[in-house]
Design a protein around this ligand. Structure first.
Ligand SMILES: C[S@@+](CC[C@H](N)C(=O)[O-])C[C@H]1O[C@@H](n2cnc3c(N)ncnc32)[C@H](O)[C@@H]1O
Length: 303
């Protein structure tokens, strides 16, 4: 198969797919531990989404995880569909190495492949069409989302399902009033993040602006929209250490990325939250929670 581990190594050796600037300015390989921890924490949400998908998709031969990152979800697919071959496709070869190691560790190595390269073009190396394609928060990193959907659809077997996870509701970690600073910090941070996200998209080479009406885009891509459902990750206080680490890392990364765009008061509040020595900071406070909703849209390639 073109996408077994051996060939993935060839990709790694002869290509430069893992260069951070291959697909935008984000250094995905550097994010590996965070992406992995996040997907592990979000596993209950993915399991709900997969149970929903498994009602429509029975016994797929090939499942492709498009923009898989470190492969946590790819491995959940291998577990959910024991008869399936799973291919994790991504532009960041170091993330795919993690995906492969994970699959080996969990005992799925013999039916797990990776495909390194720019998406969606890299999917041309698939040996046969997919029965199920999953793209979780990867499409929004591609310059032309509508064209990408059409390309993904072209790699589906007739009757095959494309499931995309995009949108939903942003993660909340803190109460509206945290006892210091101006109430509503997370909502204001979110507004700044939305601007940064819009700039990220606009700065992608050959970026195409799009009304993000996913059912309409799926229809334009020649697919039949079959369902939309949102899934909740609801980890109430008091949270596990893993959830606390995730919140802490998320807010630290956010501070690095967009801290300077916050007003001085909010930045001071965020810095206090990130101070490990502060009783009211996220390292210690007892009211932290994780609440997030992700939406999954499904569509079928007509027979
Ligand atoms: C936000 S992460 C999502 C990872 C995983 N699907 C999840 O939900 O946790 C986006 C992934 O898309 C990949 N990606 C972004 N743009 C890409 C491109 N143009 N070609 C290939 N992969 C790309 C990144 O390397 C990264 O692993």
């Amino acid at each position: 198969m073109a996408h077994d581990h051996h060939d993935h190594h060839n990709d790694h050796e002869h290509g430069d797919h893992h260069a951070p600037h291959d697909h935008g300015d984000i250094d995905w390989a550097e994010m590996a531990p965070h992406l992995e921890a996040q997907a592990e924490l979000y596993t209950p949400l993915y399991r709900q989404a997969m149970a929903w998908l498994a009602r429509e998709v029975t016994d797929p031969g090939l499942v492709v995880d498009v923009g898989s990152g470190p492969g946590v979800v790819s491995c959940l697919f291998a577990e959910t569909f024991p008869g399936a071959r799973v291919v994790a496709a991504d532009g960041a070869a170091p993330l795919l190495e993690r995906a492969h190691a994970r699959a080996e560790r969990l005992g799925f190595g013999d039916r797990f492949g990776t495909l390194a390269g720019d998406l969606p073009a890299a999917l041309a190396d698939l040996d046969y069409p997919a029965d199920l394609m999953w793209a979780s928060q990867s499409l929004h990193h591609l310059p032309d989302q509508r064209a990408a959907l059409a390309a993904l659809g072209g790699h589906l077997a007739p009757g095959g399902t494309l499931a995309i996870l995009e949108g939903g509701l942003p993660a909340r970690f803190l109460p509206r009033d945290i006892g210091f600073g101006r109430p509503g910090l997370q909502a204001r941070i979110r507004a700044v993040e939305e601007d940064a996200f819009a700039e990220m998209r606009a700065d992608l080479p050959d970026s195409v602006a799009e009304t993000e009406d996913w059912p309409a885009m799926l229809t334009t891509a020649g697919l039949k929209h079959t369902g939309t459902r949102s899934f909740l990750l609801d980890l109430p206080a008091p949270v596990s250490e893993a959830a606390r680490d995730y919140v802490t890392t998320s807010l630290s990364r956010l501070r690095e990325r967009i801290g300077e765009r916050l007003d001085a008061d909010d930045l001071a509040t965020l810095d206090r939250l990130l101070d490990p020595a502060d009783e009211a900071g996220v390292h210690r406070r007892q009211d932290l929670f994780v609440l997030v909703a992700h939406t999954v849209y499904t569509a079928v390639r007509p027979v």
